[in-house]
Design a protein around this ligand. Structure first.
Ligand SMILES: Cc1cc2nc3c(=O)[nH]c(=O)nc-3n(C[C@H](O)[C@H](O)[C@H](O)COP(=O)(O)OP(=O)(O)OC[C@H]3O[C@@H](n4cnc5c(N)ncnc54)[C@H](O)[C@@H]3O)c2cc1C
Length: 465
């Protein structure tokens, strides 16, 4: 390769072609017409878009794009005050204009119901889901004169003597030079080694919920920390979801555990299945399946559940296992029949007969059972009985680079690293529990902020050179 081919110059280099990277590049080109941007993407065009390409992309927003009433409060409380207020406020404040901007760029939004049967207001989402964001914004980048380099994996950042980031070096040795670099290359859910390092020795048992997550292998975090970035977000926590253990189909969700019981491979219950509405419990239920149940648990239910319309809460491509008695069901599942029969008998004694209402927190709780079941504690006594084997799949990791509300990457002294920005999963903002339906939104909002910043940096560089 000639020297010029090994050195590419632009006003902005973006690493990653998901919601964060494409929002950055599109916004940059709109704020700086004629500006030069190169997006580096590890995969070929057919696999591009990481997690964004596989999500329905619910937004925690009202139909008009304004933040849901609980948006700010939930972001504070679920992180136990650890997500910075300035970041939350910026995200909430810019959400509506991000949705309007998406529409201007060809991605309309609609309201739809989520996977949760217990009635929650519908959420906003793009028509065509995250895949539409990737398709449409990639077209916009090209229409506006940007470039996307596929099969190009970023590996290193370079800095000048003042500490400013000046280039990205790809796996093949090519240097992509620019006054601004935006990292948008996801978390580390696709790296078994990093999962083990940060989550403990069973980390590698968590496989990504959809193929897109396999591309996110933590290089953005490694590259950033190597040039002095501080980290933020909780590295040992992640967003996970309960999925059918029998299939490798993407997002094979089983969200009906509150309406039956959840047992481990010894046939014993290990948590309160009905402690809250499923949108508030599915992440921690999935986490406990991984941490406390050796990645193998079973949702057991009966015809009280099967009479409901469960289609939007059970996305697996496999029918549940079914049997006329609990003992036969246990045999079918390969778990100790006596143990499961005894668990169900104890549960039934503590439960309250009556109809099952999945549409609301019904307050029907077990009496004298440990662990308790705090809602939907109806007996399992209407055969045939059904079961879904479930495991925890990882959606994305929480730990990442420390950023501020302007998407600038912060160094270990608390100062922005000149020329370096991080958006989407690579920026660590979540702690403890994920406030659902905020991750695509933060990628879009902070992507646009970084794109605007890159545009003003490009015009400054041009005017002073
Ligand atoms: C099934 C599923 C459902 C979800 N549901 C929701 C939801 O309803 N609402 C919500 O808000 N969020 C949801 N999420 C999470 C959300 O989709 C992601 O967190 C978000 O889209 C991440 O965007 P991103 O731009 O940070 O990263 P990604 O979209 O993952 O894009 C990262 C890109 O970087 C590329 N890349 C990685 N490393 C390199 C490298 N070294 N060099 C070059 N390129 C690289 C990848 O190939 C990829 O194209 C869901 C995720 C999944 C998988």
């Amino acid at each position: 390769m000639s020297d010029s081919a090994r050195r590419q110059q632009a006003d902005l280099i973006v690493v990653g072609c998901g919601a964060g990277g494409l929002a950055t590049a599109t916004q940059f080109l709109q704020s700086s017409p004629g500006g030069r941007v190169i997006v580096l993407e590890r995969t070929g065009e057919g696999q591009r878009g990481g997690n964004t390409a596989w999500t329905g992309a619910f937004f925690r927003l009202e139909p008009d794009g304004s933040p849901a009433a609980d948006f700010t409060e939930r972001m504070h409380s679920l992180s136990e005050g650890k997500t910075e207020s300035a970041i939350i406020d910026r995200l909430a404040g810019a959400a509506q204009s991000a949705v309007q901007w998406l529409a201007q760029n060809g991605v309309a939004t609609k309201t739809d119901h989520t996977y949760f049967l217990t009635s929650q207001g519908p959420r906003l989402m793009p028509e065509g889901g995250g895949a539409a964001i990737v398709e449409r914004l990639a077209v916009r980048v090209l229409e506006l004169g940007g470039e996307i380099r596929y099969n190009t994996t970023a590996q290193l950042l370079e800095r000048d003597e003042r500490g400013a980031v000046t280039a990205v070096v790809a796996e093949d040795g090519t240097r992509y030079e620019a006054p601004t670099v935006v990292l948008a290359c996801g978390g580390f859910e696709g790296s078994p080694d990093l999962l083990d390092r940060h989550l403990g020795e069973n980390g590698h048992e968590l496989t990504p919920i959809a193929p897109g997550g396999r591309s996110n292998r933590g290089e953005g975090i490694t590259m950033g920390t190597a040039v002095g970035a501080a980290t933020d977000g909780q590295f040992e926590r992640f967003h996970g979801e309960p999925v059918d253990a029998r299939t490798s189909a993407p997002e094979a969700l089983v969200m009906v555990y509150p309406f039956g019981i959840l047992v481990d491979h010894r046939g014993r219950r290990f948590l309160d299945e009905g402690s809250d509405t499923p949108d508030n419990t599915f992440e921690s239920v999935a986490y406990h399946i991984w941490r406390d149940a050796d990645q193998f648990a079973y949702v057991i239910a009966d015809q009280r559940l099967m009479r409901q319309n469960i289609a939007r809460a059970v996305l697996t491509d496999r029918a549940p296992e079914s049997a006329d008695t609990i003992a036969q069901l246990a045999e079918r599942l390969g778990i100790d029949a006596q143990a499961l029969v005894s668990t169900v008998e104890q549960y039934n004694k503590a439960a309250e007969p009556g109809p099952l209402d999945v549409t609301r927190l019904d307050g029907v709780a077990t009496k004298g059972l440990e662990p308790p079941k705090s809602n939907w504690a109806r007996p399992l006594d209407e055969p045939p009985y059904v079961a879904w084997p479930v495991r925890c799949a990882i959606t994305f990791t929480f730990g990442g680079l420390k950023t501020n509300e302007d998407a600038e990457v912060i160094d270990r002294l608390g100062v922005p690293i000149p020329g370096l920005y991080a958006v989407g999963e690579v920026a660590g903002i979540y702690h403890h529990k994920y406030p659902g339906a905020t991750s695509v939104l933060r990628a879009l909002v902070f992507g646009r902020i970084a794109g605007e910043a890159a545009a003003s940096r490009a015009s400054y560089t041009t005017s002073t050179s």
